[in-house]
Write a protein that binds this ligand. Sequence first.
Ligand code: DQA
Length: 135
Amino acid sequence: MQLLGKREPEIYGKLTLDELHSNLMEVAIALNVDLVCYQSNHEGNIVDRIGNAAQDGIDAIIINPAAYTHTSIAIHDALKAVALPAVEVHISNVGTREEFRQESLTAPACIAMIAGLGVDGYEWALRSLVKLNKK
Ligand code: DQA
């Protein structure tokens, strides 16, 4: 995700991660919620971030575990352990791609998964979680 905007733009688009974060931040401001963006290439750092989320005052998680989606029991367990509502987002439609992308080990620890809507998926995830938290 670090190379978003440069990596396979025909699949993941041309928006950089910084641009995505600032676009999402604008949506968060309009919705009157605080948003913290985090990216790491390291599975353990992601597990740490999720594990600390509740004590950091986080109410909900939007996560694109990228390739860890298909391999990481650790991220699945961290999401289960922290027990915050989480939505998994994939920019591409993983269900129509290579077979190894068709299983998500992390989605069962989330309330929903959005895939194939490009970077807009993050905005829908944010709007859904804000709506859910207001119920
Ligand atoms: C991805 C899909 C994953 O299979 C892939 O490893 C990624 C990006 C997506 O957003 O479409 O890095 O999570």
